[in-house]
Design a protein around this ligand. Structure first.
Ligand code: GDP
Length: 306
């Protein structure tokens, strides 16, 4: 069985960890969001690719949900002493990833090849593909102007009003090698419980992606990142509102409707079933809060059976 997953960061990492250990055994390919990639101290940082990679390598810091477990921040402190910006936290061990990636990109290696090499060296069995080797950057418009996604999310702690979101560079980007094939040839396409606007949105903005998904629609299964009227965590609610989407599993279904076959929603949202059906999306009720490893595996198992 071939499984292809569309993934953001923290929400995706939990389901992907479950999928990597769930049965039946399957080949797992992950298409990761690079819309929130950024440059810090001259280094190319790919937060979502790294969160997924560290999770599958068993190195993710479980408390924070990003970065390497038990990392230290001595370099960050030293950069602060030098007057550098320190709002984006880069751990000492994590830095090695960004140094490695930045040097390889500088030598002309595409992001997809660097990611494959990092995964190989960290012992990740799944294949992680960036959505594109071309730069696509999510930007958020606030009352004070445009911010990069990390300025909005980390520096401003998502505490500013969002008026609009754009994916700069998306129109001219191409899917990374293997991405469209991975969708076309999958027995199951999983859309992880990720932020629909800033994690899944940039992936869909790459030309050809939505069409590829629509062509295999009956095999596309998403997990809602929204339970009731709010995101499980993070600013997905605010961002969906800015995009004119209702903050509910129905809003998720509406955003994905042209290419979504099945949406897994929380049991507590059973009342929304008729609305999902009206959108042409098959609803499945389940426990979708992954509060421990057993729940991650249970939800992954349900996806494989769906
Ligand atoms: P980010 O790039 O770190 O924001 O990561 P993602 O976009 O992958 O994940 C954030 C989304 O995952 C948020 O919208 C959360 O509501 C959702 N999320 C986090 N944990 C869970 C969970 O256990 N279950 C479900 N269903 N959604 C979750």
């Amino acid at each position: 069985m071939r499984v292809t997953a569309l993934a953001g960061g923290t929400g995706a990492a939990k389901l992907l960890r479950g999928l990597a250990s769930a049965r039946p055994r399957h080949e797992l390919t992950i298409i990761g969001n690079t819309g929130d990639d950024t440059e810090i101290w001259g280094l190319h940082v790919s937060p979502d690719l790294d969160t997924v990679m560290y999770a599958l390598a068993g190195r993710l810091d479980a408390m924070r949900g990003w970065g390497v477990a038990d990392d230290t921040f001595r370099c960050l402190e030293a950069m602060g002493d030098l007057g550098a910006e320190t709002w984006f936290n880069l751990g000492d061990r994590d830095l090695a990833t960004h140094l490695y990636r930045t040097r390889a990109l500088g030598d002309g290696t595409p992001l997809s090849a660097v990611t494959a090499e990092l995964c190989r060296r960290l012992g990740v069995a799944a294949r992680i593909l960036p959505m594109s080797d071309d730069p696509v950057r999510t930007r958020v418009r606030t009352p004070d102007g445009w911010l990069s996604f990390q300025e909005y999310f980390v520096r401003e702690k998502a505490q500013v009003r969002v008026l609009d979101v754009e994916y700069a560079g998306a129109a001219a980007s191409r899917p990374a090698p293997g991405v469209l094939e991975a969708i076309r040839e999958a027995d199951l396409v999983v859309v992880c419980p990720s932020n629909p606007v800033t994690s899944v949105g940039p992936v869909l903005a790459v030309p050809g992606m939505a069409q590829a998904l629509a062509a295999v629609r009956s095999r596309v299964v998403a997990v809602s990142p929204i339970v009731g009227g709010a995101a499980v965590s993070g600013p997905a609610g605010e961002l969906m509102r800015a995009r004119g989407l209702p903050v509910s599993p129905v809003g998720v279904a509406a955003a994905y409707a042209p290419w979504l076959g099945t949406l897994v929603i929380d049991r507590s949202d059973a009342a929304r079933v008729p609305e999902l059906e009206r959108l042409g999306v098959r609803p499945v009720l389940a426990d979708i809060l992954m509060t421990d490893r057993d729940r991650e595996i249970a939800l992954a198992q349900l996806m494989l059976a769906a």
